[in-house]
Design a binder for this molecule. Sequence first.
Ligand code: ATP
Ligand code: MG
Length: 452
Amino acid sequence: MNVRGKLFGAMAVLVLFVTVFYFGTTQGYLESRFEHYSKDKTSGIFETYYKDHGNSWEGIERMKISNGMGQGSPDQREISLLSTDGDILFFKGVGDPQSLIQHGKQKLIKINEIPVGTIFVDRWESTEAHELKIYVLDSMLTEGFIVPALTGVIALLLGLWLIRRLTLPLKRLIPAIEKMAHGNLHIQIPVSTKDEYGKVTEALNHMAKQLMRAEEVRKHLTADVAHELRTPLSIIQCQMENIQVGGRDVPPEILLPMQDEVIRLSKLVDDLHQLTLAEAGKLPLDRKPADLVLLLNRIIDMLKPEAEDRKIEMICSYQASTMIVFLDPNRITQVLYNLLTNALRYTPHGGNITIRLTNSFHEGSRFAVVSVADTGAGIAAEQLPYLFDRFYRVEEARSRHTGGMGLGLAIAKEFVEAHQGCITVASEVGQGTSFTVYLPFSSDSKPVHDLS
Ligand code: ATP
Ligand code: MG
């Protein structure tokens, strides 16, 4: 059964319940009102008699009780009055007054709060009032039923119209969801309402966009990996074919480029593995207190020979002589190494690289701030948003031997974020580029996205 059917079923049950309940309570209420009225009226006759006769039942046995409505047929009720001593003072009816006293309805008569007798009746209504009651209740059961039945039918029709209206957006959503399920992610469903349906539609549109982006990333990743593998593999293949054709000993100048390519391939596989782990949030981190000054100096010492060769000056400016931060030294060394090798690679002869180490506060947490600024060619503003994407390289030529694979910054970003830190870039074409890494001093700080 579809939602419309279920809603209609629920509504029909509700309408039926309300009709029956209303009908039942109205009948019961009317009946009790009749009884209450007649009870008061009957006891009123006796009370009036008692007061009119000087607070005495003197001659009550001769009292005539007319029908409730005053005229017509005589009242056929059985009525008896008992004194406070239990004597029968009045009896009207056929049969045994004792049986009426035992089985009939009773009411204590009080005058000025003092009991003066008890009346017993087989029913409270007079014959005519009883007939009127039966007539009214019967008419309610027959003709009176038409009104609630009609109201119920109208309520159901109105409900049907409302259900159709309320479920219409859902009906519109289903074909779009089915298309998405079959892989058509280019669908954007128009958001026509601001209610929950509107929110669901917005969430679906957002989900479709995300899935499309994930699908594109996946396709690009496969294409990029294939592209990166193709060149070194074809170089190796070509060299090996030459060796086979030559049929002589392999000289080192042939073997060395092959080894270079194998090293590049191993690095690519390793980088991709690290990146995938970090993106999936499964990067194992061995965080411990480590001195950032020491880490930076070690990397700088490693890169110094290359910098000196290319006449690039490396300037260090540290706020303190030690800065102990709770981090994974291997991962952060990799981050800083990637930034510094980039700076070296993309800075021309005679340029300089400035490495600064400071600290800053953000939302109650203290951060170590490492910035690497170079005087290289700089990066155009429109390229900056993609810089941390995997395999993204700015150079149009994407020459494999002058540049890298385009994974260094993606890895740096993932590793820094795994430490609840963030990395930012600022660049000006012709002036240089500056990367800044923010690392929280402790591991319990909230993740940050941009502190610049
Ligand atoms: P890999 O690091 O994987 O060996 P890569 O250095 O090309 O390769 P990333 O470190 O991710 O890759 O850098 C991406 C791109 O950003 C680089 O190809 C380069 O075009 C640009 N880039 C990075 N750092 C700088 C910089 N300091 N100055 C100018 N351009 C830079
Ligand atoms: Mg790099």
